[in-house]
Design a protein around this ligand. Structure first.
Ligand SMILES: *[C@@H]1O[C@H](CO)[C@@H](O)[C@H](O)[C@H]1NC(C)=O
Length: 181
């Protein structure tokens, strides 16, 4: 009995090892290919459609294509969300086209917010220059992270365009569903 048990353990271990080996190549190709050139300054005037912006002729690239000073200016937060995103993406900052990076400056009025969102396949680094407080639910179950958390109801009302009663209703149902699980 003991012998056949250890034999099955060995078989399972071998099967897992083989499975792991089979998956290795998938891990190796699970990222974007490296850019084929050192830079590809985006040409927003080019009418050709590619997955991104067409490269400007390298002979016409200027030092200015690699400079963006828009992040120095605060955005106007006088809007319903009380926030402003100043983008430094390839369209505004052509030098970063295809380099896998983009930047943005976020300005918030008191009580302002950016609606909860995700950036698929991207990593986000936030450098806070000046702030009072922040809210980071940090979990992947959106309904629970948003409606069964300590996020201020006013934030949820603004982010989802809901009234106070609707937010409380969702909070109640999410909490009830969570209590059952
Ligand atoms: C963000 O700020 C800029 C610069 O003040 C302004 O032109 C733009 O309309 C603002 N965007 C929103 C959504 O308020």
């Amino acid at each position: 009995m003991a012998r056949s048990f250890s034999a099955s353990v060995r078989r399972v271990t071998l099967a897992l090892f083989v499975l792991q080996l089979a998956l290795l190549p998938m891990m190796a190709i699970a990222s974007d290919a490296d850019p084929e050139q050192d830079f590809c300054v985006g040409d927003s005037n080019n009418p050709n459609i590619v997955n991104g912006l067409v490269c400007k002729n390298p002979a016409e690239v200027k030092a200015n294509d690699f400079k963006f000073s828009g992040l120095a200016n605060p955005g106007n937060t006088n809007n319903p969300l009380g926030s402003n995103v100043t983008a430094a993406f390839a369209a505004e900052f052509p030098g970063i086209n295809t380099l896998g990076i983009s930047m943005a400056r976020l300005d918030f009025a008191k009580g302002g917010l950016v609606p909860p969102h995700t950036h698929p396949r991207a990593t986000e680094i936030i450098f806070v220059v000046e702030a009072l407080n922040s809210q980071n639910p940090g979990t992947q179950i959106q309904a629970v992270a948003l409606f069964n958390s300590k996020i201020n109801e006013v934030v949820l009302e603004k982010a989802f365009g809901l009234g106070e009663k609707a937010v409380q209703h969702i909070e109640y149902t999410v909490e009830a569903a969570n209590a059952v699980n």
